[in-house]
Design a binder for this molecule. Sequence first.
Ligand SMILES: Cc1ncc(C[n+]2csc(CCOP(=O)(O)OP(=O)(O)O)c2C)c(N)n1
Length: 649
Amino acid sequence: MALLKSINSPADLKRIAPEQYPALAQEIREEILSVVSHVGGHLASNLGVVELTIALHSILDTPKDKIVWDTSNQAYTHKLLTGRRERFHTLRQYGGLSGFCKREESEYDTFNAGHAGTGVSAAYGMVEARELLGGGHKMVCVVGDGALTAGMTLEGLHHAGGTGKDFLVVLNDNQMSISRNVGAISSYLNRTFTGDFYTKIREEAAHFLEAIPHIGGDMKKFARRAEELAKGVVLPGLLFEELGFRYVGPIDGHNFEHLLPSLHNVVKLKGPTLLHVITKKGLGYEPAMKNSVWFHACPAFIKETGEPAKKAVRPSYTTIAVNTLVKAARADKRIVAITAAMCDGTGLNAFEKEFPNRLYDVGIAEQHAVTFAAGLAAQGARPVVAMYSTFLQRAYDQVVHDVATQNLPVAFCIDRGGLVAEDGTTHHGAFDYAYLRHVPNMVVMAPKDENELQHMVKTSVTHDGPAAVRYPRGVSLGVAMDPEPVALPVGKGELLADGTDVAVIAVGAPVWQAAQAAERLRREGISTAVVNARFVKPLDAELITRIAKRVRYLVTVEEGTRMGGFGSAVLEALSDAGVTHLTTKLIGLPDWYVEQGPQDLLREKYGLTAEGIYQGVKDLLGKSPVDAETVAGHSRVRDFMTAGDEQGS
Ligand SMILES: Cc1ncc(C[n+]2csc(CCOP(=O)(O)OP(=O)(O)O)c2C)c(N)n1
């Protein structure tokens, strides 16, 4: 690692002779492989951009010149070259380096990202800021071919291309999104690789021209134009040129002899320019080249074999949800499934296996996915949109305007609800209860375990209106499964334990932690009711108010933001019912972007474990004055408090 160790900033990179860059690239690959095999991460994309990143930092004058990395899952080499080499082993760990770009981490990280398709818009905003405020620096956006399918990227290119300002977009084309890229733009780009069509047309054009005697000046011009047209038909240049970008490429993104002079030249060009670079995902590590889908965002693995370091002991929530969907689709041929470039992550590849013609991968196009589903539903199909909670954020208006206003039967399988761990702030599914529960007609459910999940998936595909099931990342609990999923009565919660002192109203994965906390409180003599709400919307207001009227203290628990989330819904219901005597506490995620870290650790930090809920209740009991005259039957609470709760008042 002699070369890499000598680099503490891009200035050091410039001191190395370009002839040594291939050796440096090799060292960087080894470092990335070594760290990611321990901590997991976006291996394949990062191995593919090592040379491109070295070339960019060697030609540009960063951080004065600015690079925006779209999605920024591919920025590991960038981190290694920009002063973070020594902390690189902390990647994606609690308190460590982020797996994505973070402005708060480095001045070289110009824009925070994690969601795909934001790069061109952000970078173009920076171009305009430069024009407005001065600076004279270069603005470069590196965007993948997958992210090119995102509407925002196209909106950004459309805007930037129309104005003619200096702006370099580097298209990192590895022909892959997470899975193989899809759609017309992808086919358009791919035609350049085989080049067969292009070569054929060129040859035919040459023959045509040779056959014409005495080509005059006009004929020559015509010939050039004919060739340009022929190129335009088959090369990606035309698409970008029509959008106002000067197109350069495609060039080999692993060959410094191509990369360095090309970049050197294109940064000098005026106006919007697009450099098309061809790279290979996973380059340098055989298992990642063979299976770039698994190695797109992999857990820790054994470097020698490429096998996962840990094998899952039980099926994930994702698997249970999709298995139920497959069962339902066998019985109802109207059911179709939609993914926005996340066939693997959402488990829909199992659906595709059985129903290849009923699975739609629409690319990184969440908004389109939802309105497309609305169209299907409007004509009698039963579409299921399977999407991570964090990515559904992008389709909020489509849920409101296209699905819910028309009460269309679109089912949403919302995966990765709650804390997702190492991907951190941009990926936690923190906001879904809050952004869905105020939408009229929406049904929003969250299961306490995998058995309830199968019933909720069944509910979602049989409900005559929009219905969302939100479930967590990770393995299921291992509870007994009912033989067949059955639709649940919509809006009905479940009373898990009755009680007269405290009510804990929980939803989703933390229900079991709430039940454990209640058990402990009960052992201490505090009669604690536990409600599994099941539905965030419609809320079982009748059950909740009935229980609330019997107790003096009420705690809600959710693995989602407290602001406008499930707990807020409970308080609204209590207010509507005129239940005002309670002392309440809402346990959930704070009004902040939760950091990266293991799920267990974050749950502990935010009070979502059994211990945290128990402490939350004790804290509430301690802080609140107990008015024994007005609230009858709570002597045990008083006893408990005088018996040694230090926070008692
Ligand atoms: C809005 C959004 N949807 C889905 C994802 C999940 N995702 C992360 S990377 C990726 C593929 C990106 O492909 P590409 O832009 O070609 O970059 P590459 O990783 O191949 O370099 C996807 C779908 C995301 N990050 N953001």
